[in-house]
Write a protein that binds this ligand. Sequence first.
Ligand code: ATP
Length: 256
Amino acid sequence: MATNIPADHPRARSLQTRERMKAAVEEGLVHMTGLIAHGRGEAFDYLLGEKTGPVATAATRKAAAVLLAAERPVLSLNGNVVALAAPELVTLAKAIPATLEVNLFHHTPERVRKLIQVVQDAGADRVLGDAPDMRIPGLASDRGPCHSDGIGGADVILVPLEDGDRCEALKKMGKTVITIDLNPLSRTAKTADVTICDELTRTVEHITTAVLETKAESGHLDRLRTAGVAAALLDWDNQANLRAARDEMIAVLREG
Ligand code: ATP
């Protein structure tokens, strides 16, 4: 049963999101352990004052540039990501444009099918994930399957809320990895090429805005595509970005 959350409750947004996650578990979209990952994210968002700061904004702009410079960009979707931001991700995928693929830690064909349906209902024409034809090397059992025309063949992948093993395995395949992860200490955050330490729903909209602004600026997109992904990353130091994200959190902790 849904909990009644007063609109003027100071933590209304967070409580509404919890309700959405609870419903997604009941619908079989999110694995139970997804709630634990969500709670970890909430704790780190507290340390950001639950708002987007300048560090995340810089990482978001870099992510948009790298996604636009890519030849075969893919957005990787798991249960939490779909439950929290399916329409926003479809909008982003269309803006880039990028391929969408459902790729799960706790994989069952039924859950993949359900998640694909939710993303299609949110407006996506094509969502990969239900007919994998290759594996991500180095990932055990059911965690490795992917599509060769999706994650397998991508040059740049956005993997939000991901676990460290998969991020490392994608890096070993030679992919450029962008992640959205509120925890600047996670293995994923440390392994990715661009880490946006910010909340998923805020971030996806910000990336879309940055993508659309870049595309609207005369000649910018052509320059990015001509120079390519490596050039887009030349001035980017992800470890410095993570230090800056931790500093933002330390400042919030100090000031209370
Ligand atoms: P790693 O394996 O990379 O060290 P982990 O064990 O924390 O990390 P998961 O349990 O898969 O990996 O967690 C997913 C990550 O997503 C967590 O670090 C959590 O902070 C983050 N996270 C959860 N919810 C959100 C959200 N809404 N927005 C951004 N990040 C989130």
